[in-house]
Ligand binder design. Structure first.
Ligand code: FDA
Length: 528
């Protein structure tokens, strides 16, 4: 009994000491930071409104407001000591200057969709610069361009364009809550990218605040840094506050269709054909395939389903002969097609009815449950035997999802070194592997399934290096430890950037030689 009391007493003392240490560590960080911040930012809103400590009443709600992957709501995940919510550029400058002074790590968050939570998670004490107040959008329809701040969402950008024109658009992703800051700096592909290329291909100017707190536009930052932030990931280089983009033209009517096929509907043959044809179709036609499983006892239990979903930049009358001559096996009929304008196709692909109010595009709060994702690029069609094994693997999971995106079109006309994003003319399609689960379920089982699937797919996807998409961040492919060198970082860097990896590392050495802006997959500085 005495032994138990002694153990209990020791345990209580340990808990007390760790709470005391934690409190005093966070106090040691907060106090000097707040002092530094308020000494720089004068005659402005009170510091407490801009810098939230863990004791601030809105700290928790702001932190959680853009955590999209509920996997990272776990209580074991370290929370930021401070969250800065800048309202003007001087607040971002002060946040950087004071963090550099204190050696405090910074995470930059725009929309919070990073698949591994790198915009709001760190293993060491840190601060988040949350750009959700930086979301103004200014469209110049005469010039066919727009300035958009990083904290705005894709939905807000699409809404602003649609308010001025129904024949202009911007080629960025399908999910309206995705943030401009992460999306543009990682590349950004869309349902119109076979016609127009990536979001990053349309960036014509940007504003970044560097490690010295300097505000730089394209002219001042120089072409190397400007090149690096268009696909190399912004978070290695500074805080990008806004972007100037060129808008693109879309016809007044586009056509959408969605044809789901089950295994007993010749899906293997149809998919085989899709693999050989989807990247060769004209750029106006985007036809992706989405693999999942249905679990309906009424329809014979669990079955693999492959949906062929298309967006055609034009009317159904022109689409049908195109499909008939290139992909008759899919059996597309006029009744399967719905004509609409481009912004309605945005609603449709985001899961809303096409007559929904455009205001739904302004909603910012959305989570996607707990998930793990990975990506690949495919250069040769997957053989039939490979597909049979893939179907079996899909049936092992409850909520698997594979999204296969055809390349070709405009993507194969742009050189691989045009931006850090290198997956251009050799790729016939990209794959995103996703698995979702309820946050109360055990994570390990689903993540292990995903890793087995990734291992299974190795023979069928790009090699030396195996490709991956930066915007589908995956820490399994390698992480920085301490002061990781360029050579060590190649294990993940070559997958995202192929032979483009060296250039952003040299840019990093010029603009942030002390490697202040760093995280698990930040680009390390490389100098001679
Ligand atoms: P978040 O704020 O988490 O930032 C992502 C990364 O960029 C972090 O490392 C962050 O530090 C850094 N960063 C963000 N803002 C910065 C800034 N201003 N300055 C410097 N660094 C900054 N992709 C795609 O190409 N096409 C698509 O259709 C989709 N669809 C899609 C749907 C859903 C549901 C999800 C969850 C994700 C996608 N994506 C996508 C992937 C998406 O493009 C990717 O996750 C982006 O990085 C998200 O950008 P956020 O600003 O939202 O993320």
């Amino acid at each position: 009994m005495a032994f138990t009391y002694t153990k209990l007493a020791l345990l209580s003392i340990t808990i007390f000491i760790s709470i005391f240490l934690e409190t005093s560590i966070s106090f040691d960080i907060e106090k000097p930071f707040l002092h530094c911040f308020s000494s720089i930012v004068r005659n402005s809103n009170p510091t407490e409104e801009i810098v939230l400590t863990q004791n601030s009443s809105s700290y928790e709600s702001l932190l959680q407001s853009s955590i999209r992957n509920t996997r990272f709501l776990d209580s074991s995940v370290l929370k930021p000591n401070l969250i800065v919510t800048p309202q003007e550029l001087s607040h971002v400058q002060a946040a950087i200057t004071c963090s550099v002074k204190q050696g405090l790590q910074v995470r930059v968050r725009s929309g919070g969709h990073d698949y591994e939570g790198l915009s709001y998670i760190s293993n060491v004490p840190f601060l988040i610069i949350d750009l959700s107040n930086f979301r103004s959008i200014s469209i110049d329809i005469e010039d066919e361009s727009a300035w958009v701040q990083s904290g705005a969402t894709l939905g807000e950008l699409y809404y602003a364009i649609a308010n001025q024109s129904n024949v202009h658009a911007f080629p960025a992703g399908s999910c309206p809550t995705v943030g401009i800051g992460g999306h543009f700096s990682g590349g950004g592909f869309s349902t119109i990218f076979r016609k127009h290329g990536l979001a990053a291909d349309h960036v014509i100017d940007a504003q970044i605040i560097d490690v010295n707190g300097k505000i730089l536009n394209r002219n001042l930052m120089g072409e190397d840094l400007f090149w690096a932030i268009k696909g190399g990931g912004g978070s290695s280089f500074g805080v990008i506050t806004s972007w100037k983009v060129k808008l693109v033209h879309v016809p007044p009517k586009v056509t959408i269709f969605d044809l789901p096929k089950k295994l007993d509907q010749n899906v293997s043959e149809i998919f085989q054909k899709w693999q050989t044809i989807a990247h060769k179709l004209p750029g106006e036609l985007f036809l992706h395939s989405v693999m999942g499983v249905s679990n309906s006892p009424k329809h014979g239990g669990k079955s693999v389903i492959v949906s062929f979903t298309g967006l055609y930049l034009g009317i159904a009358e022109n689409l049908l002969p195109l499909m008939q001559s290139n992909f008759a096996e899919l059996g597309l009929r006029r009744d399967d097609c719905t004509e609409m304008n481009w912004i309605q196709s945005v609603l449709y692909l985001a899961g809303y009815p096409i007559n929904a109010s455009l205001n739904v595009l302004l909603q910012r709060n959305q989570t996607f449950g707990s998930f793990k994702a990975k990506s690949d690029y495919v250069n040769e069609p997957i053989p039939r035997a490979g597909l049979e094994g893939l179907w079996k693997m899909l049936l092992e999971e409850d909520s698997p999802l594979l999204i296969l995106t055809p390349y070709g079109g405009r993507m194969s006309e742009i050189s691989e070194s045009e931006t850090p994003f290198p997956h251009r003319n050799k790729s016939i399609f990209g794959i995103q592997y996703l698995v979702n689960w309820d946050k109360n379920e055990e994570t390990k089982m689903h993540v292990e399934w995903m890793r087995r699937l990734y291992a299974y797919m190795k023979p069928y996807v790009s090699k030396n290096p195996r490709g991956a998409y930066l915007n589908y961040r995956d820490l399994d492919i390698g992480v920085n430890r301490g002061n990781t060198s360029y050579e060590e970082a190649k294990c993940w860097g070559l997958k995202y950037f192929k032979s483009n990896f060296e250039r952003p590392a040299r840019v990093k050495a010029q603009v942030d030689p002390s490697n202040f802006f760093r995280h698990e997959q930040s680009i390390p500085p490389l100098s001679d």
